[in-house]
Write a protein that binds this ligand. Sequence first.
Ligand code: HEM
Length: 188
Amino acid sequence: MLSDKLKEETKHNHQALEKALIGQLRAIRSVSEYITLLQLFYGYFGGLEMLMDNAIDDKSLADGTERRKTQAIANDILILGGTVPAIATGYNLPAIHSQLQALGALYVIEGSSLGGKIISKMIQQQLGTDMGLSFFSGYGDKTDEMWASFKKVLDTQCHTPEQEAVVTAAANETFSKFYYWFNKAPVF
Ligand code: HEM
């Protein structure tokens, strides 16, 4: 099934991104450094969600609105006293022109809520506060359930090797462009 293959086929890009993130995460000691991290996620995820809104068919993803992340990130930034930045555009983003490409991007966005559980704990410990953690806390206790139901959508919408290849390529491009976005952003 595609949901099983995707993990293996995007492993390299996930590891690269995780490695780039984890060092910076560990170094966060102030709210302003954390805001910078949130602004980075906002810019990229905001751009992605804009592209996805134009490519995805609402009927195929009944809980699509619930899965949007941009508003939660903006709320976290604002509650901590930061400003919401512009979103990524153009070559900073992967190509998302079809439903299948949007599913590949959504795989990456949804998967971030799995790593988010670890990230929110780290930030909470390092900053000693629960404020501004709604994005990284994801779906809380519902995280595993939401991940399982997303994987079901993936598997029911992709039937051929060609379709699977489109989703996989979009997921890999979504990871690699985020890696690039992350690395060119100012380091705190
Ligand atoms: C410090 C940063 C990160 C850590 C420590 C981390 C850690 C993890 C862990 C432990 C899992 C497996 C969870 C499980 O199987 O129950 C996972 C899965 C995943 N993460 Fe990350 N992650 C990080 C950042 C990210 C980011 C920023 C993204 C996307 C933008 C992401 C995308 C994914 C995806 C798509 C999966 C699902 C893999 C699959 O089972 O198909 N991760 N991550």
